[in-house]
Design a protein around this ligand. Structure first.
Ligand code: ADP
Ligand code: MG
Ligand code: MG
Length: 983
């Protein structure tokens, strides 16, 4: 028969699978000789048996009784004894900590008889009856599923009758009345009396803990964090110790370093006269540690000692629960402390410097998501000052999790979920003035339909964040700028920036928190539920904001003396705890000031080397950004973006019109065509000079024109309407003639399926003058910049090659142009020609293609489109998300490369095509340089796969470069270290 029950002393820290994280921690601390109240752990295996069979495994109860006897011996009390009763806590604890998700029942063993014994033993009647009422409340809620609010209402009503109105103001007499009302409630709700047999209480509590593993909120949490559902939870049964036994008692939570900033030194909160659950629930706002140091210096010193010991032992920042019972110090839990991104980075950097961990471990301890978080928006100090001057600063709470959030306040978690979850909207218009509004309006209509809330229609674009197709979440203002310069940008997701605003949060709010941009609560401290969950999610969070009063029924709230309704805008600063009415714009942080992050990313680069991170940048401004973020080259410079700028677009139009006409054998059109190209050449040359200067010494991969020509032209329908209007109103004949010519060009270039039409290298082959012009501009710029003393390395990338002859045609024509420029300028520059691998046929024939390429760059967006036969816009707009929801696809292949293999598995799909291309390409040309320039280049699992394939670099948008650098470093570190990971 398996061993289902382990005394704490029988386990150790490596038994997390069987004992859960909490059980393994209790075991390890007991072994270290720390003051842990005695107890035992029932294994996850027992939980899994229970989950399957709805009953305990045979033998478990016997083991429990035997082990309980051993605990009674250690504690010197007996469970259920009417003279000297032992009370127990029954605590859940899975392998990975799921803070606030799972249930714990305290004071198991109190009944009508033992409550009397407790009172006389402790000499504190109040305490005994408080223990009883807590048990009925917790047991009723967790075991019998009685709505917690029903108990709260009874308690609050009694509290209101006392003078102070606090839980500590309840007298023994009042508590007796509460117990009696609780018992009636219990009877009314369950048709049975509150169980008096201690062992029944214990058994049912264990059942409830096992049951909480499969509860909805635990399932949601695991789904969100990717924790497997078959791990099960352990149940820890432990001797109760009491922080509510008079003045020299209390309870608290301590972090061995500051979980918000990572600063060294104990960071703790302490509640005198309380049980641990009071801190966690955020019922009272706890005192800072100084209060404990002053009141009980010896206890403080003991806590410091235990904290130091645990941190050195675990070699990581620990989150410790402790209780002081009448001057005796007890440790109740230790776990790897959750921390903000800022703290994670600072602690990892400090611990390397302190010689506690290696650089590899430091890299493995930081999640790419934390780098994302650190690069989150913040409020500008000047904006906050202005808000303060205009009376919008309305309160201050505890700065529980950093980052700035501003948006409509939503008081209900279901609503927060609805409003804050994804909306997919493809922007079709390229008109910069209307697109943002159009997109937002579409989302608003949808939200209005889903909720029927009148205030939705009043929201402006500033209440939304927009995700662009390079994976960035941007504010509407930024989005407008993006649209203004590059017409191919497209919003893929919109979210309402909900600030979940509540008195406090509980596990029932997690689904709303997941979809909020920020959390604001009136109660609780840095270790309250809201704080812990927000930090885990990387959400800005302010708790304990006493100026906040929420009226759920009226759907209104007030901050100080100002009243608001749900949907009104609020702004919170999670780094300082400040709360404002109205909306303060959030701004990007300053990467250059993030010292520790830059140190760690430097280690990541060293670790990953020679594997590198490059960036996709179309403008000198982007290139400079990319360099700041640590890119080692430009992996994709898209030349067509340059064509979209306002002053150039008319020339581009002219070029296309005359190109089309010239092919129709109109000789004067040919001259116009060349003239337009010559003008564009001047623009392009200066663009390239800017990029070369910015990237001095580093390679720049320039992709020749890629999109079909009609993308540069007005829309067919728009032109038709305009023409009809002009004719009807008798417009200027010259204008009409121009529009007619434009319409003819649009019709001539229009395609049934542009994605598969005349684009990429097919354009250069059809209109050789265009790509020749581009190459001339590139080499003239390179020569020019080199003359100035700047080291240049242009790499010309020919897109959309499917057959080697396409590449050969373009390469031969274009290299001739390059050589001609260098010869006539009398200066040679270092250059390469290469191609994108984005058509499956190119991947399959990579050996032939490599003969005409010095480099390959995987264009995985097109490669994914063509491998699946999806057009991305249509797929993401119409069915792809459903595919992912229904499990037809495991994830969105436009975000993470399709077919990435697990350990020891073969790649499939897109990943397999990449593997083939690398193998065949390098076979033909061993020193072939290979990179990736699709969005996947910034996605951590895809980066790991690219490294495994032996690519030389990944290239992603500048903003993702820090994340990609960390991911690259972690990939290599992970290959040579195995570190126990906590979730
Ligand atoms: P969680 O996993 O949510 O932190 P815990 O099992 O740690 O849940 O318990 C909830 C609260 O009850 C904590 O504050 C903890 O310190 C307290 N607690 C648990 N067991 C005991 C005990 N034996 N004596 C006193 N307090 C306890
Ligand atoms: Mg705990
Ligand atoms: Mg492409």
């Amino acid at each position: 028969m398996p061993k289902y029950v382990f005394l704490f002393e029988e386990g150790n820290k490596d038994m997390r699978d069987l004992l859960g994280g909490k059980g393994a921690g209790l075991a390890e601390m007991s072994r270290l000789g720390l003051p842990v109240p005695p107890g035992f752990t029932i294994t996850t295996r027992a939980c899994n048996f229970y989950a399957k069979n709805q009953r305990f495994p045979p033998g478990l109860e016997k083991q429990m009784r035997e082990t309980l006897a051993a605990v009674e011996g250690k504690a010197g009390r007996k469970f259920g004894d009417t003279a000297n009763p032992l009370l127990l806590s029954v605590r859940s604890g899975a392998k990975f900590s799921m803070p606030g998700m799972m249930d714990t029942i305290l004071n198991v063993g109190v009944n009508e008889a033992t409550v009397q014994a407790l009172a006389s033993l402790s000499g504190d009647e109040r305490f005994a009856w408080d223990a009883y009422r807590r048990l009925i409340q917790m047991y009723g809620r967790i075991v019998m599923h009685i709505e917690g609010a029903k108990f709260d209402r009874i308690l609050e009503a009694w509290k209101a009758k006392t003078e102070g109105g606090r839980d500590t103001d309840l007298t023994a007499e009042i508590l007796k009345s509460i117990v009696s009302e609780y018992k009636s409630l219990y009877r009314a709700e369950t048709n049975s009396d509150f169980p008096q047999k201690p062992y029944d209480q214990l058994r049912q509590a264990v059942v409830a803990v096992f049951g909480s593993w499969t509860g909805k909120r635990a399932m949601d949490y695991r789904n969100f964090h990717g924790i497997p559902h078959d791990l099960g939870t352990a149940a820890n049964v432990q001797t109760m110790v009491f922080g509510n036994l008079g003045g020299n008692s209390g309870t608290g939570v301590a972090f061995t370093r500051d979980p918000a900033t990572g600063a060294k030194g104990l960071y703790a909160e302490y509640l005198p006269q309380a049980q641990g659950e009071d801190v966690v629930a955020g019922i009272r706002t706890p005192l800072r540690m100084e209060a404990l140091r002053d009141a009980m210096p010896d206890i403080y010193a003991e806590l410091e000692g235990v904290a130091a010991k645990l941190e050195s032992h675990y070699r990581d920042m620990q989150d410790i629960e402790f209780t002081v019972e009448r001057g005796q110090f007890w440790v109740l839990q230790t776990r790897t402390g959750k921390r903000t991104a800022q703290a994670a980075i600072r602690i990892a950097a400090d611990m390397v410097k302190e010689g506690r961990i290696s650089k590899d471990e430091a890299l493995l301890r930081i999640e790419p998501a934390q780098v994302v978080e650190l690069l989150m928006p913040r409020f500008r100090p000047s904006d906050k000052e202005a808000a303060k001057r205009s009376g919008k600063f309305l309160g201050k709470g505890v700065n529980a999790s950093p980052g700035a959030a501003a948006g409509p306040a939503v008081l209900d978690s279901d609503l927060a979920e609805t409003l804050g979850s994804k909306r997919f909207r493809a922007i079709e218009s390229r008109d910069p003035s209307s697109s943002v509004e159009q997109t937002v309006d579409a989302a608003k209509t949808e939200l209005q339909g889903a909720t029927g809330l009148p205030w939705i229609s009043r929201l402006g674009p500033e209440a939304f964040v927009i995700k662009t197709n390079d994976g960035r979440w941007v504010e509407s203002e930024q989005y407008r700028e993006i649209l203004a310069v590059g017409g191919r940008e497209r919003a893929v997701e919109l979210r309402l920036k909900v600030v979940l605003t509540r008195t406090e949060t509980s596990p029932e709010d997690v689904h709303g928190m997941l979809h909020a941009k920020g959390i604001l609560t009136a109660r609780g401290g840095a270790t309250a539920h809201a704080s812990v969950v927000a930090r885990g999610l990387g959400l800005p969070c302010v708790v304990g904001c006493e100026a906040l009063k929420v009226d759920y029924e009226g759907a209104t709230f007030s901050l100080g003396d100002q009243s608001f309704a749900q949907g009104d805008l609020v702004s919170i600063d999670g780094a300082t705890g400040e709360v404002f009415g109205g909306l303060i714009p959030a701004v990007e942080p300053d990467f250059e000031k993030e010292e520790e992050l830059r140190t760690i990313l430097g280690w990541a680069d060293e670790t990953a080397s020679p594997f590198m991170v490059w960036a996709n940048a179309d403008y000198p401004r982007d290139a400079r950004n990319a360099l700041t973020f640590g890119a080692r080259g430009i992996g994709l410079c898209r030349t067509e973006h340059m064509f979209f700028e306002t002053e150039r677009l008319p020339i581009v139009h002219d070029m296309i019109l005359s190109a089309v006409a010239a092919r129709g054998k109109q000789p004067e059109a040919h001259a116009r065509y060349l003239a337009a190209l010559a003008r564009l050449e001047t623009f392009q040359k200066s663009d390239f000079e800017g990029i070369f200067r910015a990237m001095a010494g580093l390679p720049v991969v320039i992709r020749l024109i890629d999109p079909p020509l009609h993308e540069f032209l007005p829309k067919h329908e728009d032109l038709l309407v305009e023409l009809m209007e002009l004719r009807r109103t008798g417009g200027d004949t010259k204008v009409i003639a121009e529009k007619e010519a434009m319409l003819a060009a649009v019709e001539a270039t229009r395609e049934a399926n542009p994605m598969l039409g005349l684009r990429g290298c097919r354009l250069g082959i059809t209109y050789p003058e265009i790509t020749e012009m581009q190459v001339r501009a590139i080499f003239q710029a390179a020569v020019q910049v080199k003359r100035e003393g700047v080291d240049v390395h242009p790499e010309i990338m020919i897109p959309l090659v499917g057959h080697v002859n396409e590449l050969r045609n373009q390469r031969e024509a274009l290299e001739a142009v390059a050589k001609h420029v260098m010869e006539s300028e009398g200066l040679a520059v270092d250059y390469k020609f290469g191609t994108m691998i984005e058509v499956p046929r190119a991947a399959l024939t990579a050996d032939e293609i490599a003969k005409y390429s010095e480099f390959f760059s995987f264009g995985t967006n097109d490669l994914t489109q063509m491998t699946f036969g999806y057009s991305r816009d249509d797929a993401e707009g119409k069915f792809l998300m459903k595919y992912v929801e229904d499990g037809i696809l495991p994830y969105n292949p436009f975000q993470t490369l399709d077919g990435i293999p697990g350990k020891g598995e073969e790649p499939r799909g897109v990943a397999k095509l990449m593997e083939i291309a690398v193998e065949r390409g390098r076979k033909a040309k061993p020193d072939l340089k290979i990179g990736i320039c699709g969005e996947h280049g910034g996605d951590p699992p895809s980066i790991a796969f690219c490294h495994r394939l032996g690519l030389n670099y990944v290239s992603c948008s500048p903003f993702r470069v820090p994340i990609a650098r960390l991911a690259a470093g972690r990939t290599v570190a992970g290959l040579r270290t195995t570190v126990a990971r906590d979730k």
